[in-house]
Design a protein around this ligand. Structure first.
Ligand SMILES: [Fe+2]
Length: 146
């Protein structure tokens, strides 16, 4: 598989891990911020459901193979799952923000590989996705600001 397709598969796997983690946080958030964060995490897992599908279909478009199993997803992702419970609402948000920062960093390398291959469709897709994640990261940072 090409470097670009492999890079895109990394994002496919990260999006699937985030899809699960955001459901976990959506289900298990409690306390004063329940209503705001329960809704925000739902908005975010909906975003990553779209990202996951769009990126996997781009992998196919450029001749690669997206992951077929969750085992493959876990081998491919650069993110960690969270089997535990964050301590408070700020930890829930900070964990997601850390994952977003990691995804923004790893996708930049894929953009560079796609540019080197003159793969404009992949560059356009990733630029759009990165812009959406950057906007959400700004909102999560604003939530955490004192
Ligand atoms: Fe729900």
């Amino acid at each position: 598989m090409s470097t670009v397709a492999e890079g895109l598969n990394g994002l496919t796997a990260d999006a699937m891990v985030l899809y699960q983690k955001l459901h976990h946080y959506h289900w298990n958030i409690s306390g004063d911020e329940f209503f705001s964060l329960h809704a925000k995490f739902e908005e975010l897992y909906d975003l990553f459901a779209v990202v996951l599908d769009d990126v996997a279909e781009r992998v196919l478009t450029i001749g690669g193979t997206p992951p077929r199993t969750l085992a493959e997803v876990l081998e491919t992702t650069s993110l960690q799952e969270d089997p535990g419970m964050p301590e408070d609402d700020e930890d829930f948000v900070q964990n997601i923000l850390n994952d977003f920062d990691a995804v923004l960093k790893s996708t930049l390398a894929v953009v560079e590989a796609a540019e080197a291959a003159n793969d404009r469709g992949t560059v356009a897709l990733l630029d759009d996705i990165r812009g959406q994640i950057e906007k959400q990261a700004w909102m999560l940072k604003a939530y955490l600001a004192d």
